[in-house]
Design a binder for this molecule. Sequence first.
Ligand SMILES: *Cc1c(COP(=O)(O)O)cnc(C)c1O
Length: 406
Amino acid sequence: MNFNNVDFDTYFKNYPDKDGYFGKYGGSYVSPELQVAMNEISAAYQTICKSSKFIAELRKIRKEFQGRPTPISYLERLSNSIGTGVQLYVKREDLNHTGAHKLNHCMGEALLAKYMGKKKVIAETGAGQHGVALATAAAYFGLECDIYMGSVDIKKQAPNVARMKILGARVVEVTEGLQTLKEAVDAAFAAYCREYKDAIYCIGSVLGPHPFPTMVRDFQSVVGIEAREQFVGMTGELPDAVVACVGGGSNAMGMFAGFLNDPVDIYGIEPLGRGPKLGDHAASLKYGEEGIMHGFSTIMLKDENGEPAPVYSVASGLDYPASGPEHCFLRDLGRVKYDVVNDEETIDAFFTLSRLEGIIPAIESAHAVAYGIKLAKTMGKGSVLINLSGRGDKDMDYIIENYGIR
Ligand SMILES: *Cc1c(COP(=O)(O)O)cnc(C)c1O
């Protein structure tokens, strides 16, 4: 399959290039000290990811600890309620241990840390989901774990802070600036610069300097590879469309990786939040422009000074002002279509999926469900496979407080 002169038969061999570029996006824009550390991770990953011992160990962990393969469920009642004859399916990443897809890359990153002889993993967290997944991986491998988190987020996300501490992680409070995710990223990078001989940085999505977008995609691609095989096994054919929500873009990139070279329409869904005004959404691929932040070249939402703009989404896991470089590239090529759904559509889908199917989705994942429903209404016939990136238990308090029970 060919899009704009990019041949998808050989896509994974050719992208990213040796410097970590997907077209003009990606690369590594970091200080010389940090570049030394990135080169070390790149070199180690290149060798280790091809080692049969590493692959065998990761497979065993996925099966025996994470609970993979996760199933695909056919949404019979939801499909019938739409009534166009289109069939909806979900890939159940909500059934992963810890309740979301994030463990897929955290176990990979922590296993890499072990192979590299590191004693510690370092990361930032916003809502705490990445911190909990990484703390879980660190406990499994017996690694130290430092999670940097803004004071404001620490207060807001008390249950996740407790989970990280119970799992043995150290939660380091960041008191600079707005005391949220951006400052936590800066503090975690600074700590990594000081400690990189003994530690490895573990990013939470397909973001950051090379090699992280590639590594995280590769670890997440298990989702798409499994899903393709399972879907063909269940139905005898490929889905007509695949849908996933995009924050940084890791669950989406994992899912899409299985279908890029197939005659399947692919949709990445960003949060439109309260509407299209800057500050009310986090739809960087729709409204953003080219720029560099957090060590990579991307499409981002900028404020009047060209800095990352404040963003908002009802789903805290989606409120990031940029997207992974590979998503920017796939958008420009036209291989993946990126669209948006707003808070209201998302909350409707959250309750609909819960009531009709007995699956309470994460609010992040409900964005993909909302779009899948919209798509099914326009399609006439065929099938849509939605990546259900996580479960909604973490969102119960928020939903009840803000929306009540519908
Ligand atoms: C963190 C999170 C996301 C967003 O991250 P991506 O890297 O875009 O996948 C989506 N869904 C859930 C359940 C999450 O926890």
